[in-house]
Design a protein. Structure first.
Length: 318
């Protein structure tokens, strides 16, 4: 990308224009690999968010998301679980079936449970079901479960089914567990969610172990990273300039490379920081400086490799 086209792109972004485009080239479509769907008006309610959360406690459904996403050039999304309730897997699939902006779902099942394989078989009959999320969420602890051979066997079954494991809320213990999981189940595709917001250990020994695990995961082609939850709150303020976040983004891209990073907004949870367009603007500025091929990988091509989703409307790439 030459300087003139880059300046045109960044000027368009600052003016609020929606599409990611170089000069006269066609726009780059965006697949958002991390949104949450829930309906706070259901009779049974929702396990998250709680009514005390005045910002998030409102229905988060595809029609509301579409109004935010479409002007930004987002043409498809992966809906990631927001509930440990078994039947909410089906609820999300039913909602997704009615709106083709959803190209896949990541459910919530617990490896090691007696009915895990039965329920996985049930949900994977729907081609929108792309995997499960498990790790550091809902009082479920992946690091503490890897000594259980049933858990490892079920993760192997997940891999055999061609489905993915999303890992929630990374910390040093979870990164170490992902190294162990991918040692024990090398065929399992793993997506690490929200790595940019993970706090770096302050203690020297812990920092060394963290860096070693991250470097090891960077060598494993089946491990992907969502560059999601990029924004941070510092002293009560949220920086909105790329310079504040560049070092962290450089670290992630440097370790995992251009083929294994994914865009995710974390909507509507992202509203705790700033609206979706602010976070998207930051990562867009960062990846567009690397050229169109890298931006295409980050914004949609790598998501196909990670999730094996299939397009549902002509505007979606693939």
């Amino acid at each position: 990308m030459n300087r003139r086209d880059f300046l045109a792109l960044t000027t368009s972004a600052s003016a609020g224009l929606p599409l990611l485009q170089w000069g006269e080239d066609t726009p780059i479509p965006i697949i958002d690999t991390h949104i949450h769907l829930f309906d706070t008006t259901r009779p049974q309610g929702v396990p998250w968010p709680t009514p005390k959360d005045r910002l998030l406690y409102q229905p988060a459904l595809p029609d509301r998301y579409r109004k935010i996403a479409a002007p930004l050039g987002i043409v498809g999304s992966i809906a990631v679980e927001a509930s440990p309730w078994l039947e909410d897997n089906q609820w999300v699939l039913d909602v997704a079936a009615r709106d083709r902006i959803i190209v896949g779902t990541v459910g919530n099942l617990e490896p090691g449970k007696p009915d895990f394989r039965q329920q996985l078989g049930r949900f994977q009959r729907n081609p929108l079901f792309r995997g499960i999320r498990y790790g550091n969420l809902w009082d479920r602890d992946l690091p503490g479960q890897l000594s259980n051979p049933k858990v490892v066997a079920d993760l192997g079954f997940l891999a055999q089914a061609g489905l993915v494991l999303d890992t929630a809320n990374p910390n040093p213990a979870l990164l170490a567990a992902i190294v162990r999981v991918t040692d024990q189940v090398p065929a399992l595709r793993v997506v690490i969610d929200h790595l940019p917001q993970m706090a770096t250990p302050a203690e020297a020994v812990a920092l060394k172990a963290y860096e070693a695990h991250l470097q090891e995961l960077g060598k494993r082609p089946q491990v992907y990273v969502k560059v999601s939850e990029v924004l941070r709150r510092v002293d009560g303020k949220i920086p909105q300039t790329l310079s504040f976040y560049r070092a962290r983004l450089d670290e992630i891209f440097g370790i995992f490379g251009e083929d294994r990073v994914l865009y995710g907004s974390d909507w509507p949870n992202s509203d705790q920081w700033l609206p979706v367009d602010v976070g998207l603007s930051l990562v867009r500025e960062y990846v567009t400086a690397k050229g169109r091929p890298v931006a295409e990988k980050y914004f949609w091509k790598n998501s196909v490799a990670a999730y094996h989703w299939r397009k549902r409307v002509p505007s979606q790439p693939g």
